[in-house]
Each structure stands twice: as structure tokens, then as C-alpha cells.
Ligand binder design. Structure first.
Ligand code: URA
Length: 422
């Protein structure tokens, strides 16, 4: 049947359900350039306003997978995906840990946009490290090292790449069917044997409320299951930054601490919890906590970084300017808002406002005190790192009201809130 973009837009505008044929046609024609950006923007807004049924979302996902190549790997694989948070460096210790436990991890990752950091931006603070690999290089590294974290290949879900950029400038990102199909099209096309999703909940996350996060996690798991993907989702807290470091080089340094047997308790706990789920889905009996403690995961990290041209022993970039925020009184830090800290790090130069902006490797925020810990007047609370001292005022404005010190410690949220299995 012959379709036109106008007919497809009109169906969704009027609250109708798109047929499989309409979805296949519009995604393929948009990828080819036969449907114009302004038409796809109108359709994205109609979907945003009127939603899609599960059957439509699942078909939309399939059409985006079919817009490009579907990768496959020479060894058993498992992957993770986080919906993004503040201080979320978990992929850095997680990929080598799972590889050291015996299952390869092909992690095609993204760059940051807005206040949540991107894994590739963090890794690029390591001197020499290269994000772009060919499919042949990814395969070779999976066989030799077992873990790869790199940029997606050009052929991976090109429809999503085009549509995501359009959604970003048309206020159509925050829509469960569009987010779920976007994430799952890339992850299914990536071809890992199993997938564990970390769906963040709280001020620093996409999904601020538990019910929204639950809807997204359920949609992601249902789409994966419908496409034969083994998948589990964890709902995890993002009301407080993860760990103490938020930024690029500072997060790499913290990930290395964890791989060397130290580091903050929440980063260790989430890394081990996600590794446990990944290994269980992949059918590999292993004890990730013991492997982390043994130093084997650090060895895999060092080989993974070196294989992509990085020097794992190189000193990481340091900021030209450090501004210390001191505790205004004695007491306990009872609140540290993830969004405030994330926006501060972003304004200091750790993140970008537009896709093409550069990021500063050394920019970020170091949280000397985390909620529940005691502070004394004048002790360092937060350290702001930047190469551009003019950025400090904006960061301080983002932090105004983002923390609270009280006489008694306040109870925190559990880190792992819920698990949804496929
Ligand atoms: N991440 C994605 O990959 N896609 C979205 O739509 C939102 C977050």
C-alpha cells in the first residue's frame, strides 16, 4: 500500500493506532530522507501527545533495528544500559568486572547531553583513549580482552540516531514509547546475548517519580522479551549523586579506585548488583564481589583501556581552578540533590549544551561529604573543578538549596528499589 507522511501523521494526530505497515514505511522513509524532518517532528509530537500501544511501540522498535545492521559476536556476551544519572560511572568498573568473570561485554555507549554525563566523555579523559572502533576491532577486542566500551558503529539503528537528534530539539524526548523504542532498538541491534537495564529514579534522572520509572522499565523489559532478548531491569535511586565524583576525569579516577578494591560503598554495591544480574542472565556462575577484590577486574580494565590506545597508568587531567564550598555549620549532611550537583558539574564544563560542544576533561564536582555523614563548620563539603573560573558562579547558583545540614542524620533512600524480570 502507498503511504504518505501526511496520512501517518493524521492517524496519530487523531488518536488512531498506526498499522505495522505505516510504521515500517515511515521509519524507513525517514531514514532514507524521503520523509522530511518537519513531518517526523509532527509525528513525534503526535506520539508524545497521544502515546502508542505496546504493539505499535514494539513494531516501531523493530523498524528502527531494521534501519541498520544487527551485530553478532564470536563469544557469549551480556551488556548493561543505564538511563543516565549524576556520577553514574558504573559502566567503567562493571564492563571489565563482568568480563573478568567470564562473559564478554560489548558496550556501545553514548556521550552526555545535559546534566547527565556520558561514558565516552569520561573515558576520553584518559590520554590516548579512542572511542571509535570498527566492527572488526570490536570483535577482536572482545576475543582478546572480553570488554569493549566504544561509540556505536555508524550502521547501528541509524533511524534512532536521526530521530533522537530531532526529538532533542522538538521537546519530544520525555515520552515512554519513544524512549523505550530508542533504547531497545540500539541495544537489540547491538546483539548482546542478555541485557541488564539500570533505570534511574529521582531528581538526577530522566524519570523523577517511581511510577514513571516503573512504566519505562516495564516497557523496556516487555519490548526486549517480545524480541527474544533476555532482559532484567533494576530501578535504582538517583536522588543523590552516585559516589563522590561527578564529572569526567574525576569519575574515571573513582572507577579505578573501585577496581583496585577501594572506592565509595554505593558505587561498589551497584557495580556488584548489576554484575550479579548480568552473570545470572548469561548463565555464568561467578562471584563478582570476589573477582573485584582479587584485582582481576582491574587487570581487565588496564587491558581494555590499552587496547583502545589509552594509557591506564597515565596521570589524568587536573583542573586549572578549584573552588571549595565549606560547611556553613556543624551537623550531618541530610540532603545532597543529584540534579543540583549534576547541573553544577555541567556548568563547570563537564557536560555539553549542544551535541557538537566540547567537554572539559578535568571539570566536575567532588563531594567530600555524602548524606548521612557528619560535618564541622568550615570543612570542605564540595570541591568545584574547572578550567574556566568564570563558570563557578553558575555552578554555585545550581548548588543553592541543593544541600542541607541538620542536627540529626536523616534516613536515606535504598539504592536498589526494585527488580523487574522479563
Ligand atoms: N536515551 C536514549 O537512547 N534514547 C532516548 O530516547 C532517551 C534516552
Amino acid at each position: 500500500m502507498n503511504h504518505t507522511a501526511v496520512d501517518v501523521i493524521r492517524t496519530k494526530r487523531d488518536g488512531g493506532v498506526l498499522t505495522d505497515d505505516q510504521i515500517d514505511w515511515v521509519i524507513s522513509a525517514y531514514t532514507r530522507g524521503d520523509v522530511a524532518d518537519e513531518q517526523m517532528s509532527a509525528l513525534a509530537m503526535a506520539v508524545f501527545l497521544n502515546g502508542m500501544t505496546f504493539a505499535e511501540t514494539s513494531r516501531w522498535t523493530q523498524a528502527m533495528i531494521d534501519s541498520g545492521e544487527r551485530l553478532s559476536w564470536p563469544v557469549p556476551t551480556v551488556d548493561n544500559h543505564s538511563t543516565g544519572g549524576v556520577g553514574d560511572k558504573i559502566t567503567l568498573p562493571l564492563a571489565p568486572l563482568v568480563a573478568a568473570c567470564g562473559v564478554a561485554v560489548p558496550q556501545l555507549s553514548g556521550r552526555g547531553l545535559g546534566h547527565t554525563g556520558g561514558t565516552l566523555d569520561k573515558l576520553e579523559s584518559i590520554p590516548g583513549w579512542r572511542a571509535s572502533l570498527t566492527s572488526a576491532e570490536i570483535r577482536a577486542q572482545l576475543e582478546s580482552v572480553g570488554a569493549v566500551v566504544c561509540a556505536p558503529t555508524d550502521g547501528l539503528a541509524p533511524a534512532d540516531r536521526k530521530l533522537y537528534a530531532l526529538r532533542d530539539v522538538t521537546a519530544t524526548v520525555e515520552c515512554v514509547p519513544l524512549i523505550a523504542s530508542s533504547i531497545m532498538s540500539k541495544k537489540i541491534a547491538e546483539g548482546a546475548g542478555a541485557l541488564v537495564l539500570d533505570v534511574k529514579v529521582g531528581s538526577g534522572a530522566f524519570m523523577k517519580s517511581l511510577s514513571d520509572a516503573r512504566s519505562l522499565a516495564s516497557a523496556l523489559v516487555a519490548i526486549g522479551t517480545a524480541h527474544g532478548q533476555k532482559v532484567t531491569a533494576l530501578l535504582t535511586d538517583m536522588s543523590v549523586p552516585l559516589g563522590r565524583a561527578v564529572g569526567n576525569a574525576v569519575e574515571v579516577a573513582e572507577a579505578v579506585e573501585v577496581l583496585k578494591g577501594g572506592g565509595p560503598a554505593d558505587v561498589i554495591a551497584l557495580t556488584v548488583a548489576l554484575a550479579t544480574e548480568m552473570l545470572s542472565l548469561a548463565g555464568m556462575p561467578a562471584d563478582p564481589a570476589a573477582v573485584l577484590a582479587s584485582g582481576e577486574a582491574y587487570e581487565t580494565w588496564a587491558r581494555m583501556i590499552a587496547a583502545q590506545g589509552g594509557d591506564p597508568a597515565a596521570e589524568l587531567p587536573r583542573p586549572r581552578h578549584v573552588h571549595v564550598v565549606e560547611a556553613p555549620r556543624d551537623g550531618f549532611l541530610s540532603r545532597l540533590d543529584a540534579l543540583g550537583v549534576g547541573v553544577a558539574a555541567w556548568r563547570l564544563g563537564a557536560g555539553r549544551a549542544r551535541k557538537e560542544d566540547p567537554v572539559q576533561a578535568a571539570a566536575g564536582v567532588v563531594c567530600h561529604v555524602k548524606p548521612g555523614e557528619a560535618v564541622v563548620t568550615g570543612a570542605p563539603l564540595l570541591e568545584l573543578h574547572t578550567d574556566t573560573p568564570d563558570a563557578v558562579a553558575g555552578a554555585l547558583a545550581a548548588l543553592a538549596g541543593a544541600y542541607e545540614i541538620t542536627d540529626e542524620p536523616a534516613a536515606g533512600n535504598p539504592l536498589i528499589i526494585e527488580t523487574i524480570r522479563g
